[in-house]
Design a protein around this ligand. Structure first.
Ligand SMILES: NC(=O)c1ccc[n+]([C@@H]2O[C@H](COP(=O)([O-])OP(=O)(O)OC[C@H]3O[C@@H](n4cnc5c(N)ncnc54)[C@H](OP(=O)(O)O)[C@@H]3O)[C@@H](O)[C@H]2O)c1
Length: 283
């Protein structure tokens, strides 16, 4: 039976496709522009948009399991179509703290996605990762330009997780029995500050990276590209709250996959080309 990976261009999706393929699974990747995903040979690509029900049919035909992004538009329609198509298991990429009651719009959006999947009645596994290591790819333009990171919170802690570890948990959940109903809180293995992350990127690229204290106004402006102003305020609040406070790490990646979660230093080495002008390949 086929496994459908949605959001083909997504970083987790690309890693998951690679991992499922290496495990011998039959994989179909769906995205709005599958050609842009540069899928490996052996993967069936279909054009599908989670917000457009007319595109679901060919994507879901003969599918047993789905890896699903928490796309807020159209998820109810997608899971209803999945149920009609006979899908038996959905692995949802949610987020830590997901809740329909949360005051945090990011947590609420993921809570709504979890609600939509639960309402479908299809067996589900919820992946609730914390902050992604890939968030620091937003530093790449200034690191490439002049070796600097601009941010107001050098001592803010997080436990950044490698996209390949989220994908590894998803791959297990989609190919082994026993993950139905599970809720997996996923983090990287250790708490690091933003300044330490910048230093680790410097080590990975073999050139020092200098941390420049950014004003809050400039920071708000740079966060505006990721979403509405209220989202920027939530991200700033989280960063302020975690200044000088080591973040909690879970052992879920090890428990589910049998191997330790990859430290940020490894992520920085894997992504060194992104910080020097090339582009990294999915793992
Ligand atoms: N960042 C965090 O710290 C964090 C924490 C917890 C949870 N999450 C969840 O994880 C998700 C992000 O996962 P990710 O890092 O794998 O995703 P990503 O690389 O940011 O891609 C997300 C989706 O955006 C679309 N996309 C990618 N590149 C695009 C482009 N150039 N133009 C237009 N659309 C593009 C893709 O869908 P198509 O192939 O259909 O275009 C893809 O599925 C978030 O949306 C959130 O739900 C994030």
């Amino acid at each position: 039976m086929t496994i459908l990976v949605t959001g083909a261009r997504g970083r987790i999706a690309r890693s998951l496709v690679q991992q499922l393929l290496s495990n011998g699974a039959k994989v179909r990747a769906a995205g709005r522009e599958p050609a842009a995903a540069q899928l490996p040979e052996g993967v069936e690509a279909v054009a599908a948009d989670l917000a457009d029900p007319d595109t679901f049919g060919p994507a879901l035909d003969g599918v047993a399991g789905v890896f699903l992004y928490a796309e807020p538009r159209g998820l109810d329609g997608f899971v209803a179509a999945a149920r009609s198509a006979g899908v038996r298991h959905i692995v949802l990429l949610s987020a830590i703290g997901a809740s329909t009651d949360s005051a945090d719009p990011i947590a609420r959006m993921h809570g709504e996605a979890e609600r939509a999947v639960a309402a479908s009645g299809i067996a589900r596994t919820l992946l609730r990762p914390g902050g992604f290591a890939t968030n620091t790819l937003s530093w790449a333009p200034t690191i490439r330009a002049d070796g600097t990171v601009h941010d107001p919170f050098p001592e803010s802690h997080s436990t950044p997780i490698h996209e390949a570890d989220i994908a590894a948990v998803a791959a297990r959940a989609l190919t082994e029995p026993g993950h139905e109903g599970a809720v997996y809180e996923l983090t990287g293995p250790e708490s690091v500050t933003r300044r330490e992350q910048a230093d680790l990127i410097g080590e990975a690229i073999g050139q020092p990276v200098r941390f420049v204290l950014q004003s809050l106004d400039d920071h708000r402006e740079s966060l505006a590209q990721w979403g509405p102003p209220e989202m920027a305020e939530i991200l700033i609040e989280h960063a302020e709250d975690s200044v000088g406070r080591p973040a909690r790490a879970t052992d879920t990646v090890r428990r589910v996959t049998g191997r330790d979660a990859r430290p940020y230093a490894e992520w920085a080495r894997d992504h060194a080309p992104d910080f020097t002008g090339g582009s990294s390949r999915p793992r």
